[in-house]
Design a protein around this ligand. Structure first.
Ligand SMILES: [Zn+2]
Ligand SMILES: [Zn+2]
Length: 259
């Protein structure tokens, strides 16, 4: 059994709760410590109930709460090997384990996907518990068959749908920031995500959470409609054959349960 609850998702901060019957994992802790605590409390959890924090990469929107969290609670941190030392500089009473390829937290097996992002190192992850399989990939600027293969054997995925290209190009960001976001080491656009979903149309993926939306260059409606249209072009109907949710920056009610 796996239960996935996006707590905060977007360019301003990211944190997702992943639970099995015996362990609770936080995927990233990139939002205010107080807000994460409140979100956990709403789900009946305290920091001491968290078995591990798994970090994707060193950008602030993924690790902002780590210093405060680890000052209060000694939680084991897992981070990509190449950034483990960077993360160690941010934590107090917690040990940092280096992720090479795969590892285990209680009854959850975790494996990684190497993202293409302007970080020292950025991983997406797959969480497997019994027959339940869930993957989360954000902060990657391009996709390949490797990504399709990584996601394709999961029942549920959380996938970046960062920006609408037209909104970004017409928006107020300066040229170099626009170029960074659009680059192969930036973020996936709605259109790129739609292409990925088309390729996943006839795989085991039945639940999609669109994640890491830009507050300035996207809307939940545009991202959702783009994904629905992508599936429709493959003869697949949202709400019947596949469920699509859009994770919110500030508050999320949705919990995806996999038996
Ligand atoms: Zn990033
Ligand atoms: Zn990010």
């Amino acid at each position: 059994m796996l239960k996935i609850s996006p707590l905060f998702s977007g360019s301003k901060g990211n944190c997702t709760l992943i639970q099995s019957e015996s362990v609770n994992i936080l995927l990233d802790a990139g939002y205010s410590y107080r807000a994460i605590l409140n979100a956990l409390e709403n789900r009946g959890l305290e920091p001491k109930d968290i078995s591990a924090i798994v970090i994707t990469h060193e950008h602030a929107d993924h690790i902002a709460a780590l210093p405060m969290w680890t000052r209060k609670t000694a939680t084991r941190i897992y981070a990509p090997e190449n950034i483990a030392d960077l993360i160690r500089q941010r934590v107090y009473f917690s040990d940092v384990s280096e992720i090479k390829e795969s590892f285990q937290v209680g009854d959850i097996d975790v494996s990684r996907y190497i993202c293409s992002h302007d970080a020292v190192c950025c991983f997406g992850y797959k969480f497997v518990c019994g027959g339940s399989r869930f993957a989360c990939v954000t902060d990657t600027g391009c996709y390949s068959q490797d990504l399709i293969d990584f996601l394709g054997d999961c029942r549920a995925i959380m996938l970046e749908s960062n920006h609408d290209e037209d909104m970004l190009l017409r928006g107020e960001y300066n040229y170099s920031l626009k170029r960074r976001i659009l680059s192969e080491r930036g973020h996936l656009s709605n259109a790129q995500t739609s292409e990925i979903l088309k390729q996943l149309a006839h795989t085991s993926v039945k639940t999609v959470v669109l994640a890491h939306l830009s507050e300035n260059n996207n809307t939940k409606e545009i991202a959702f409609n783009s994904a629905v249209a992508a599936y429709a072009s493959c003869g697949i109907t949202e709400g019947r054959d596949v469920m699509i949710y859009v994770a919110d920056q500030y508050s999320n009610e949705v919990t995806v349960c996999l038996d």
